[in-house]
Design a binder for this molecule. Structure first.
Ligand SMILES: NC(=O)c1ccc[n+]([C@@H]2O[C@H](COP(=O)([O-])OP(=O)(O)OC[C@H]3O[C@@H](n4cnc5c(N)ncnc54)[C@H](OP(=O)(O)O)[C@@H]3O)[C@@H](O)[C@H]2O)c1
Length: 348
């Protein structure tokens, strides 16, 4: 009899609705006797404790025979020193990494244009819910490292970490899963503004960059034995907008989500568990022989909430240009950080 397997999974932004459900579904999808180490990330220790407690409570109900153990990384993707520390921690403790889910994200929101929201939703409820323009985003916000904050948090920071972790992923023949969005239309990205500092759609632009980054890199990674996939989770309830909602607008939003699902949009997953279908599908269930990597796997559902995977084509224009920009920036930061060795667990 062969010994049970041991898998190591790192999920960035584990504490969000999607991140936690990716962990739940991944544990459910693994063989019952596989030992799984879940590495959660957050910017703060209280949220690390909270998310590990939540996962433990879930796992207790599963009655699986394999061990699930927990570790954490404190990492802020708007801080390059913090990212480097996360890499040092990983490299010190692990010989391999089976899964990297790039789930964390940030937008620089400044509220909701309620009049615009009513107009957009009344004019076209499906478009108003799946491609909204009434979320107000600030323009020109930089990180303390002097980069576009949304660009660094959602694209360059996670890319830099995955590049550092490639040897560990290679050892496991691991998988990288990038979380994009249905809102990653090419119109949101200008190649004169790759740090997304001049646009009022920096969040959407960052998701378009993730699409292109995946397209430009998956082939080379496959040569190293690493499989990379691009997914989007549809629409689901998230904490990111709670601060702008009250009890009436929150339930109004939920009502709109169910209405739009009933009207026929396949993307109104609403539940974080359904939204986590595509990320775990590509991590675990895609056929080794017939899988396609140059597409986006979407978590979709029927009117009555039954989940399925819906595949979308990706416009590849500009992928190599973006990759060159990211790799030049990576070389700059490798140089700036070359003497930087600290321990992230002493920073907070
Ligand atoms: N909600 C939707 O309908 C929807 C639709 C399409 C795509 N998505 C994508 O799905 C993913 C999850 O979305 P969500 O709405 O559930 O997110 P969320 O509630 O806003 O949570 C974001 C997560 O990212 C982490 N994070 C934020 N800024 C960070 C930083 N500077 N450094 C490191 N981590 C940071 C947070 O961790 P801590 O606060 O613990 O540090 C948090 O766990 C994102 O990639 C999002 O773009 C969501």
């Amino acid at each position: 009899m062969s010994a049970p397997q041991w898998k190591v999974a790192l999920v960035t932004g584990t504490n969000c609705n999607l991140g936690m459900n990716i962990v739940y579904r991944l544990i459910e999808a693994e063989e019952d006797d596989t030992r799984i180490t879940i590495i959660v990330t957050s910017r703060t220790l209280p949220r690390v404790r909270e998310v590990i407690d939540n996962i433990k409570a879930y796992v207790d109900k599963l009655d699986r025979s394999g061990i699930v153990d927990y570790d954490y990384l404190l990492v802020d993707f708007t801080d390059m020193v913090s990212i480097l520390n996360a890499y040092y921690e990983m490299n010190k403790k692990y010989q391999k990494l089976d899964y990297f889910f790039a789930c964390s994200a940030q937008g620089v929101y400044d509220g909701i244009d309620w009049i615009g929201a009513v107009k957009e939703i009344c004019a076209n409820p499906i478009k108003g819910a799946t491609d909204p323009h009434y979320k107000i985003q600030r323009v020109g916000v930089k990180s303390q490292d002097g980069m576009g904050l949304v660009f660094q948090c959602n694209v360059f920071g996670p890319y830099y970490l995955t590049q550092k972790l490639l040897p560990l992923l290679e050892n496991a023949k691991g998988r990288i899963i990038w979380i994009s969005s249905i809102m990653s239309d090419p119109k949101y990205l200008s190649f004169d503004d790759l740090q997304l500092l001049k646009t009022d759609s920096s969040y959407e632009g960052s998701k378009r960059e993730i699409d292109l980054l995946h397209i430009a890199t998956y082939d080379k990674l496959r040569e190293r034995g690493i499989k990379q996939y691009l997914i989007h989770p549809g629409i689901f309830t998230s904490m990111s907008f709670f601060q702008y909602l009250n009890v009436f607008t929150y339930y109004g939003m939920l009502f709109m989500f169910y209405l739009v699902r009933w009207l026929g949009s396949p993307w109104m997953n609403i539940s974080g568990y359904t939204a986590a279908n595509a990320p775990v599908y590509v991590a675990k269930l895609v056929s080794q022989t017939f899988e396609k990597q140059d597409v986006k796997y979407g978590s979709a559902c029927t009117r009555d909430g039954h989940e399925y995977i819906k595949i979308q084509e990706v416009d590849k224009t500009g992928a190599e240009d973006l990759l060159k920009y990211l790799d030049d920036l990576k070389a700059d930061w490798d140089d700036k950080l070359k003497d930087q060795i600290t321990n992230s667990r002493q920073r907070n």
